[in-house]
Design a protein around this ligand. Structure first.
Ligand SMILES: [Zn+2]
Length: 254
């Protein structure tokens, strides 16, 4: 019987579940093999060589062997543990949210080097202590860009006209973003977005994260931008992210 083919990759653990007595199945994002599931055999035994290395949203160097159902993790070393991120509950909850967005917007075994770099960048920013909400919005913009589904924040999605700063508009995620007053369109939108909220979305669209992270903003404006993007992402992914409930719980518990 030929030896199983072995390969090396960097990977980020997106999620995991326990299997049987001592095994664990991890969903990984890799740059060149995209999303894949792999099994870590015996990892829950105290003497496992892999023990402790396959933590959620850690970046790892892995050696994997092709397997029938799942590839098998044979070696794992930690490249980025991002320990500071794990010390803060809101950063941790946000990292779960970003990982879930990636997991749900990628196909198994489809190369995803840009999404991989995006997630590494975002986790690094959370670890460095940037405000989690700002990192999350920045990430949502970049992710929807990469998926070819970027929200339109400058022009009307119907007539393609650039909106004036003081012009009335509606935020209609189902249509892809801004709608000017000239079109009937759907009226029942749950997100009401003020001019200030829209300016913040434009900042996420056009500015680097460092610049957006340093803006001083009323919490109500941030909340509007968050709600507007939540509706947009829900539309793109066709349902709410499960991890949002945890993120909301973390924040109301502060
Ligand atoms: Zn229009």
């Amino acid at each position: 019987m030929p030896a199983p083919r072995v390969y090396k990759t960097t990977a980020i653990v997106l999620s995991r579940f326990d299997l049987g007595e001592a095994d664990r199945v991890v969903t990984l994002l890799t740059p060149h093999d995209g999303k894949l599931k792999a099994i870590a055999k015996g990892i829950r035994r105290p003497q496992s060589r892999l023990g402790g290395s396959l933590e959620p949203f850690a970046e790892l160097h892995l050696v994997l062997a092709h397997g029938r159902t799942f590839d098998v993790v044979t070696q794992a070393t930690v490249r980025h543990a991002w320990l500071a991120l794990r010390d803060r509950l809101e950063s941790t909850a946000t990292a779960w949210y970003l990982s879930e967005l990636i997991e749900r917007s990628t196909e198994e075994r489809a190369p995803a080097p840009r999404l991989y770099d995006l997630l590494v960048d975002a986790l690094g920013h959370l670890d460095a202590g940037l405000p989690p909400g700002r990192v999350a919005r920045w990430f949502e913009f970049r992710l929807t860009d990469e998926l070819g589904l970027r929200p339109e924040v400058d022009r009307c999605v119907e007539c393609d006209r650039r909106l004036e700063a003081d012009e009335p508009f509606r935020w209609v995620p189902a249509l892809g973003g801004l709608l000017c007053a000239a079109h009937p369109g759907p009226i029942a939108e749950r997100a009401s977005l003020s001019g200030a909220g829209l300016r913040l979305l434009k900042a996420y669209r056009h500015m680097e994260l460092d610049a957006v992270a340093s803006l001083r903003l009323p919490p109500a404006v941030e909340a509007e931008a968050e709600q507007a993007m939540r509706l947009f992402v829900r539309h793109v992914l066709e349902r709410d992210a499960r991890s949002l409930a945890f993120l909301d719980e973390v924040r109301t518990g502060r």
